[in-house]
Design a protein. Structure first.
Length: 446
């Protein structure tokens, strides 16, 4: 700033406050120039020679700084917000110089946004007389016809009666069932692109600003920011007729990953503040009542008895009736086993070992002479057994033959049977054939 400038503009360029607030500070007598209080608006100062203070603190003009941001949707285009909503400044961490957005983008619109502290350049870019081009890609709900595109190119009348200036409109190739349209306008009416398509009966589902003057979103992700290069700044100032004095280094950059944690912290604090303003934390959800567990062994009946009737045990009389219905024998009758004396009436081992001969075995009775199987003792006779306490003593039991006498008897009987069954030749008849290798007694073979 080599030429004298107005005081409020100098304060705004130095980052003290906006131009309107700087004028209020001057009228309140808070600004001094070379030690003298100045309350007259429009007073000019020389930044190279004059000393300016605000509330006793010196004001120094800052270097110009230019930032290009690919604005995401879901934030407002402002430095601060009294309602606590996220702003574009949340995506510019550690910016060296306070900057302000040039123009505005809607809350749900994303795309190219320029931020700078060069007020003169910002005013030139927003002036309608300079006709700075702004290009948008709009997703229109429905299909736009070529005749409707011609209407947009020539200018269309909005709902308030104003007519837009001629615009550059082209249909973009897309696989969607809705139309994507590229629109380039040279003016900046409020919600102009939305209102242009609404005049044709369409609704804009998505809107992106892909270019602002000579600045584009190429090589810049959504949520990232970078400093302008010197070439971009020179072209930008040439478009609006400003000299190429300021310098742009193009070194500073900011990525969206570096701002994730601070933005989330601010979002959570904002949500807690909204809950506190609404009247406290929300009520906890009421738990579901416990469902009755089905009984795995219960029979499926139409009407189940109550819990009290299920827990009532049957009386002794009902038990007796149940026992009479089933007609089961009592425990005493079941435990009556025969005494040891009845067991001892079985035939002795001597009678068992005297087996009949082979001839007597073969003489089996016919099937008709066999006793029937049904002649077994009845169940009642089996159950008529004395108790265990009536067993005879060990000494009264009959003595059994020893193992040696049993084996001798069996061997004798088996020998006699074997001799009667097979009549083998004697030893003399077996040896009449002669030994192996000697001549046989019968002579030559016939």
């Amino acid at each position: 700033m080599s030429e004298p400038v107005r005081l409020q503009r100098y304060l705004a360029a130095a980052g003290v406050a906006a131009r309107r607030k700087a004028e209020a500070m001057i009228e309140a007598g808070r600004v001094t120039v070379n030690g003298a209080i100045v309350k007259v608006l429009g007073t000019k100062v020389d930044p190279m020679h004059d000393s300016v203070t605000v509330d006793g603190e010196a004001v120094v003009a800052l270097d110009y700084f230019y930032v290009l941001l690919n604005k995401p949707k879901g934030c407002i285009t402002a430095v601060t917000d009294d309602r606590g909503r996220p702003t574009v400044m949340d995506y510019l961490p550690h910016v060296p110089v306070p900057v302000k957005p040039v123009g505005r983008l809607d809350f749900y619109t994303e795309g190219v946004l320029l931020l700078t502290n060069d007020g003169e350049l910002a005013a030139k870019l927003l002036a309608p007389a300079n006709h700075v081009a702004k290009t948008y890609h709009a997703k229109v709900h429905g299909r736009v016809t070529p005749a409707q595109l011609t209407t947009l190119r020539a200018g269309i009348q909005l709902e308030d009666g104003t007519v837009t200036q001629p615009a550059e409109v082209a249909l973009l190739p897309s696989e969607s069932k809705h139309s994507w349209v590229a629109v380039t306008i040279y003016e900046g009416k409020y919600h102009q692109v939305h209102r242009m398509f609404e005049a044709l009966g369409f609704r804009v589902d998505k809107l992106q600003r892909v270019a602002f003057a000579n600045l584009t979103f190429h090589h810049l992700r959504v949520g990232d920011a970078r400093e302008l290069t010197q070439q971009e700044l020179n072209e930008l100032r040439d478009k609006v007729g400003l000299p190429r004095g300021p310098v742009a280094r193009g070194r500073w950059r900011a990525s969206r990953e570096a701002t994730d944690i601070p933005r989330r912290a601010r979002a959570s604090a904002r949500a807690e503040r909204e809950l506190a303003e609404a009247g406290g934390l929300p009520a906890a959800p009421t738990p579901n009542p416990p469902q009755p567990q089905p009984q795995p062994h219960a029979r499926p009946t139409s009407s189940r008895p109550s819990q009290s009737s299920r827990t009532e045990r049957p009386s002794p009389s009902s038990r007796a009736e149940r026992s009479s219905r089933t007609e089961r024998p009592s425990r005493s009758s079941r435990t009556e086993r025969p005494s040891q004396s009845s067991r001892a009436e079985r035939p002795s081992w001597s009678s068992r070992t005297s087996r009949p001969s082979q001839s007597s075995r073969t003489e089996r009775p016919s099937r008709t002479e066999r006793p029937s199987r049904t002649e077994r003792p009845s169940q009642s006779s089996r159950t008529e057994r004395p108790s265990r306490t009536e067993r005879p003593s060990q000494s009264s039991r009959p003595s059994r033959p020893s193992q040696s006498s049993r084996t001798e008897q069996s061997s004798r009987s088996s020998r006699t049977e074997r001799s009667s069954r097979t009549e083998r030749p004697s030893q003399s008849s077996r040896t009449s054939f002669g030994k192996r290798g000697q001549g046989r007694s019968t002579g030559k073979r016939r």
